[in-house]
Write a protein that binds this ligand. Structure first.
Ligand code: URP
Ligand code: ZN
Ligand code: ZN
Ligand code: ZN
Length: 475
């Protein structure tokens, strides 16, 4: 007898939809049965979940998170435990976080530290990308060993001078190493040195409120860096994945590169689809006054809605000039964290927390007619799996795949806010007041129910380290 049957639902994969019952044995999906087949064959299970009228989708994969990231003199407020519990609530069953190496540190030590932080603490499966914050002979050598460790992608920063920044020579050398090893280069594409000058000039002229973070990080700085990254990747013949794209002009760079046959990919985030610079500028509260805007300080920054940046992100998702949506989950509380920059926006720790809401926020795109149901699944689960070497195990409901499954109710409703559906370790929500015409009813990870009946039934330590293969996106 199988352990679990999910009955009566509409199974949605990236390839399309089908009425099917999903049979789970142990940690794996073992069969998809046409409706009525289980009864005809006399198959019952220990547990039956009724998914009538609901979607049965592969568990979400959030390929860009920063649990406990040291940043701006503090640490991202979600631990691997709190962040992955929130992930499960929101229908995400795998995360890929970023292990950190900074200038002067050893890559091996950074990676070991991340294993130490995450090991035994995650409620969902987890993998790592490697941040290389100091490209030198030693870190280039260390990159050669990452693939064997199951770390098949790494991130460079064209922003944050003095912290994670790499100059063009360093980027070129890292990309050459990536070409040699098969590692996928992920790029934070903003012109950091120029941004820092603009930011200093603003601050020195008294423009210190959170809003000016976005003014300093002008779209030109993103377009230029995106173009430079594309060209550096092209000359090294290494594929490129640009993270957290928010500028319309950066998407145009990606589209141009792809039209010209370059192996270039782009990710955007829910905040760049829904939240705008205008919203941040207008934000005021009794508690924080105009410092309220600090809740939306992230990099790349929120962009102007009137200039068409948000619409361009949706369009990029439709035309596949952008391939996936990750959160860049990097939460900081207002109290004691964002307030580090109360008098100067440059000291506000950068980041927004969204890990719990990505599946819902993208589903709203289906309701609003912006993307199709299979495209929703492709963006939140299938492409992340293919891009980052997990496909087959993850990102699809098919026999042999891990039973990472979400039962999603299109007739349900989700109200987002700190007092409502919020499990992230944050004292505010960047998504306060958002209403979603759908609901994550059940979250299952490798056959284990994590969330059901409005209750968290998982545990920290359930999540396992995901040793990833090389990117499957190009083959
Ligand atoms: O604001 C952001 N994105 N914080 C996290 C660090 C990064 O650049 O991804
Ligand atoms: Zn970044
Ligand atoms: Zn990030
Ligand atoms: Zn429901």
């Amino acid at each position: 007898m199988p352990d679990l049957i999910i009955k009566g639902g509409t199974v949605v994969n990236a390839t399309g939809t089908a009425q099917a019952d999903v049979v789970v044995d142990g940690e794996k999906v073992t069969a998809l049965l046409a409706p009525g087949t289980a009864e005809a064959l006399g198959i019952t299970a220990d547990k039956v979940i009724d998914a009538t009228g609901k979607y049965v989708i592969p568990g979400g994969i959030d390929a860009h998170t920063h649990m406990q990231l040291p940043f701006g003199g503090t640490y991202a407020s979600d631990t691997f435990e709190t962040g992955t519990v929130a992930a499960a609530w929101g229908g995400t069953t795998s995360i890929i976080d970023f292990a950190v190496q900074r200038h002067g540190e050893r890559v091996e030590d950074g990676l070991a530290a991340w294993h130490e932080l995450a090991g035994g603490n995650c409620a969902v499966d987890y993998g790592f990308h490697q941040i290389i914050g100091g490209v030198d002979e030693e870190s280039l050598k260390a990159m050669e060993r990452l693939v064997d460790e199951g770390i098949t992608s790494y991130k460079l920063f064209m922003a944050y001078p003095g912290v994670f920044y790499s100059d063009d020579a360093q980027i070129l050398r890292a990309m050459q190493k990536a070409r040699e090893t098969g590692l996928l280069t992920m790029m934070h594409a903003e012109n950091g040195p120029a941004i820092d000058v603009l930011a200093a000039q603003l601050a020195e002229s008294g423009k210190t409120s959170p809003y000016f973070h976005g003014i300093a990080r002008a779209w030109q700085m993103e377009e230029e860096a995106t173009h430079r990254a594309i060209m550096l990747a092209d000359v090294t013949e290494a594929p490129l994945y640009v993270v957290h794209v928010s500028a319309k002009q950066a998407v145009q760079q990606l589209a141009w590169a792809r039209d010209n046959g370059k192996n270039v990919f782009g990710e955007t985030c829910p905040q760049y689809l829904y939240l705008s610079l205008e919203k941040q500028l207008g934000a005021r509260s009794e508690e924080w006054g105009e410092f309220e805007g600090a809740k939306w300080v992230c990099s790349t920054p929120l962009r102007s809605e009137t200039d068409g940046h948000l619409e361009a992100m949706w369009q990029g998702l439709r035309t596949n000039d952008l391939q996936m949506v990750s959160t860049d989950h990097c939460p900081f509380c207002m109290k004691d964290q964002k307030t580090l920059g109360k008098d100067d926006f440059r000291a506000i720790p950068n980041g927004i927390g969204s890990i719990e809401h990505r599946v819902d926020l993208l589903y709203q795109g289906v309701v609003d007619g912006r993307i199709t149901l299979p495209r929703w699944v492709e963006l939140i689960a299938t492409t992340p799996a293919r891009m980052f070497g997990l496909y087959g195990r993850k990102g699809v409901i098919q026999p042999g795949a891990d039973a990472d499954i979400v039962v999603y109710d299109p007739n349900g409703h989700t109200s987002i806010g700190v007092e409502k559906t919020h499990h992230m370790n944050m004292d505010h929500s960047a998504w306060e007041g958002f209403e979603i015409d759908g609901h994550v009813d059940v979250t299952i990870s490798r056959g284990t129910v994590l969330v059901e009946d409005g209750e968290f039934k998982g545990r920290k330590g359930h999540g396992r380290f995901l040793k990833r293969d090389l990117t499957q996106y190009l083959v």
